[in-house]
Design a protein around this ligand. Sequence first.
Ligand SMILES: C[S@@+](CC[C@H](N)C(=O)[O-])C[C@H]1O[C@@H](n2cnc3c(N)ncnc32)[C@H](O)[C@@H]1O
Length: 588
Amino acid sequence: MCSCSSSSLTLLPYHYSTTRLLSKRFSSSSSSTKTLTVTLALDSPLRYGPSLSKGQNPNPNGGGGDGGGGGGVGGGEPIDRSSFSRVFDVAALRVPAADCSSLEGRLRGHLLNWPRVRNIARSPGDDVDPGIKNLLLRSENSPDRLGPPSSDGGGQLSPVLYRDKLSKQFNCQGFVKFRNLAKISRPKKKERKEGEVKERGDRENCYGFEVIGSGEDDEEEEMKGLLGEDFRGGGRWRGPTRLLLLDEKYAKRGAEELPEAIKAVLLGDAMQSRPSISELVRCRLSLSYNYWQMNELLEALLPEGMIVPTGFETVGHIAHLNLRDEHLPYKKLIAQVVLDKNKPKIQTVVNKIDAIQNDYRTMQLEVLAGNHSLVTTVIENGIRFQVDLATVYWSSRLATERQRLVCCFSNFDVVCDVFSGVGPLAISAAKKVKYVYANDLNPHAVEYLERNIVLNKLDRKIEVSNMDGRRFIHSIFASQRPFCVTQVVMNLPKDAAEFLDSFRGIFKNRPKDVVCTLPKIHVYGFSKADNPEFDFQERINMVLDEKVEDIEMHRVRLVAPGKWMLCASFILPKTVAFANHGHKTVRN
Ligand SMILES: C[S@@+](CC[C@H](N)C(=O)[O-])C[C@H]1O[C@@H](n2cnc3c(N)ncnc32)[C@H](O)[C@@H]1O
């Protein structure tokens, strides 16, 4: 915001004061204004680069919105996208296309260098088929002369006859090659240009460009209508051209006020005694709603001082917001901006209504913008998963953790995933290990787990169960299974540790002298303690009624300030597996 020291300036809002007072600087010469001008020159807080608080809004009264859907404050109004259009005057050098890359390097420090706007711009008709160029050079007596020669080699042809002659020549050489010829029948450029700004397609249609005040005479305009922008300046052929956009500070300067490097380009290469065909032109750069980034739009839309929501989690085509209470009155507005700025990848924007509380760990979601489908496809580590966020649990934030775990497994492992959800770990593991037993209590999760197994062609390597985790552990270890489990994954961080007592006595009926593999357990949990590892280990020891040696602790992520999600990995102690007494259920 404004940091001006002058008290008269600080009374005005920032964007008002800077633009208004700067314009006075150019138009007025009163002594009071001069004083202000000096203050501004010293203290002006004008930021470099494009900003919604700079430039002119071509629709100051608002365009009434463009029916973008979504909801505004309170949920009703669409965003008025036209109110985010800004027009900036910039200066540019029109240079031969062939030289523009080298000149861009030479003038880099003097170019516009705005994010997402290319320093090299093209204006309508700046390119001409090389065939035309050769033809024209051949047809001219002098290579530097446009003037239409008469058929008898004497005087000049009238423009009409000259155009007629050219068109005959072009037809002989293949009409389709000469796209500028089509301009013969097009409306004149002046008519087309009126009130129209050409949107650039190359940068997501986020800015438009218009050359203004070219000042050519009518005859030259006639020829440009036929042959494009390449005819100008005293009938001299100039070839294809490009515009090099100059730093914003040169927007209002005359050629003589420009730095030497730019002047040198305008003057041409004196060494080769070649006259320059470069020229300084005035342009209008229009930035549309599409140009501005999410935070810039939200900053402008939300009340001053409100923290702008920036992050969201992505699940397939769904953006999942976690809005603070203060954002709720603006939830639809925020969602619409998120949708607009992340299309086409994002098609739906949702907000979590409540903390996850139910057994199935599903979220209560409200669709705020876009389509209402919460069934989506996620690709994680190259594997496809279908999920329905309305009925199953999914967190893309655990992708790295799942990968870490699968990396610990070997080809000989047999994995038991007690709380598998729709199978992100089970399916990823099945690609590597010998066999997987996967289970979930939520029937919807199991339905999607089965779908995902088929989708990834792993139906021969995974057996699916739909039961409570405790029962599942029993059924896997008590009964004879084709494969002996070597790794157990328990990802239900809120409660998983409480299920560890299910392992007490799982091998009690097996002969003690027979060698059997004790499974490695990977159990997840949360801790808010100062020493989360110690705290989690104590809980594990308590539930197993055993002091477990050699527990590897891994901090997965900070889920809230001071609250860690941890993964504890350890070999199930023999004393626990062969314990004679049954479960010692410990509940906090
Ligand atoms: C935190 S999610 C983890 C899912 C999966 N491992 C993942 O990473 O996406 C926990 C899963 O445990 C399931 N669940 C909850 N209580 C259960 C229980 N008593 N027995 C078996 N599964 C349970 C939920 O339905 C949920 O799918």
